[in-house]
Design a protein around this ligand. Sequence first.
Ligand SMILES: *[C@@H]1O[C@H](CO)[C@@H](O)[C@H](O)[C@H]1NC(C)=O
Ligand SMILES: *[C@@H]1O[C@H](CO)[C@@H](O)[C@H](O)[C@H]1NC(C)=O
Ligand SMILES: *[C@@H]1O[C@H](CO)[C@@H](O)[C@H](O)[C@H]1NC(C)=O
Ligand SMILES: *[C@@H]1O[C@H](CO)[C@@H](O)[C@H](O)[C@H]1NC(C)=O
Ligand SMILES: *[C@@H]1O[C@H](CO)[C@@H](O)[C@H](O)[C@H]1NC(C)=O
Length: 457
Amino acid sequence: MLLSWNRASCFLTLRALGVQIIVFPEDGIHGFNFTRTSIYPFLDFMPSPQLVRWNPCLEPHRFNDTEVLQRLSCMALKGKMFLVANLGIKQPCLSSDPGCPSDGRYQFNTNVVFSSNGTLVDRYRKHNLYFEAAFDTPLKVDYITFDTPFAGKFGIFTCFDILFFDPAVRLLRASAVKHVVYPTAWMNQLPLLAAIEIQKAFAIAFGVNVLAANIHHPSLGMTGSGIHTPLKSFWYHDMEDPKGHLIIAQVDKSPQGLVGTENAAGKMDPTHSKFLKILSSSPHCEKDAQEVHCDEDAEWNMNTPPMFHSEMMYDNFTLVPAWGKKGYLQVCSNSLCCHLLYKRPTLSKELYALGVFDGLHTVHGTYYIQVCALVKCGGLGFHTCGQEITEASGIFEFHLWGNFSTSYIFPLFLTSGMTLEIPDQLGWENDHYFMRKSGLSSGLVTAALYGRLYERN
Ligand SMILES: *[C@@H]1O[C@H](CO)[C@@H](O)[C@H](O)[C@H]1NC(C)=O
Ligand SMILES: *[C@@H]1O[C@H](CO)[C@@H](O)[C@H](O)[C@H]1NC(C)=O
Ligand SMILES: *[C@@H]1O[C@H](CO)[C@@H](O)[C@H](O)[C@H]1NC(C)=O
Ligand SMILES: *[C@@H]1O[C@H](CO)[C@@H](O)[C@H](O)[C@H]1NC(C)=O
Ligand SMILES: *[C@@H]1O[C@H](CO)[C@@H](O)[C@H](O)[C@H]1NC(C)=O
């Protein structure tokens, strides 16, 4: 068993820095591409922490096949810090148990939590597996929170879970969780689901701190970790350097939210007034086929841009180009209409487009989404809109909004060179969810409202 990252000296340094909790990525200990059988030698046994209070470092002989847990526990103890890691767990079961696999054991993709004295305080078994033949889905969902003396309650889930109601959303709705620890092995998918992009959006959407540890494996497209508060992010994303990176940050115990902030001064802003005026005067729009044109105000009126379709992350988006230095655009699909009011100080030789998708996403997972997205296209042709790009120079000042049928909306916001910026304001206005931003400091790659309709998948 290789635990190359187990370096006691490193833990002593972290302890000296005052680090109180450390999170390791998903799959970091055992790796990838296992079958149910081939992963077996790498699995630890673990008694339920709810039933047994156990310190694997101090009581190593209490249970067999617990070498990884022992090492992790000792690291937590040596470093005097909470430690969260991901490993494979085997759990024998009886054939009288109707869920018991035919080989007589469950195999779970498991996050474990150790307190600063090495005690195993809890575990979370991944619910939304992502094509992981080696593992079973637990029969019951684990809703796990753990308490810490330094920052109160943390929630915990893994990777793909972030897109689903159970356990992530139910956990955050039901308990006073202010922080989430999130081991992940996330394959970046631009323009909407890069690792740091969705991590950050989750922090904003739920007003929590997210401690996201992604495995660093550029050849599999996996990179991007961060310590995200709703207002500030410390992140690492690097597709070139094969070496990973440890992020250390000090964040507030009580995350300051962004959602629902009423920016009183902002209401005076002429662009915001314009947005409010358009919202309240939608009857001026005329409908033709799937598209709606609003010639609401001569100043903002442009020649009606052509509507087109392009594939974005395997979904058939309906789009309109965002030409010119300013404009107002609307584009609809099914029951979602997306709107964009924008200004650009200078024009760049790049194509941007406003796209909408309202439907069931079915590739690499099945889940219903409603999306309004302003994206930079891969090239100058319409068919390039939705392609994966990371560099951009277009500076936009914008309001982006839509009449979503869900309150679960993740604000995605990515700028050039895989950087994150914070929206100026977000929230509901007149049954529309909006995001606004001015003063971008680098080119816009993606600004999107990614809505999830959990009950429709
Ligand atoms: C996993 O297997 C796939 C297909 O067999 C292969 O393309 C990929 O490189 C493998 N990944 C690793 C990490 O070995
Ligand atoms: C561990 O395994 C050994 C060898 O199979 C066995 O003798 C011992 O009783 C086991 N210990 C525990 C605690 O199960
Ligand atoms: C170890 O940590 C656990 C969980 O924080 C706590 O309940 C327990 O009292 C601690 N044990 C000792 C000996 O400090
Ligand atoms: C995308 O949707 C439009 C409108 O429903 C349809 O005309 C077009 O064929 C679709 N494109 C693809 C690639 O499915
Ligand atoms: C969103 O707005 C469009 C255009 O006004 C309308 O047809 C659609 O029904 C609205 N959707 C919802 C959920 O209200």
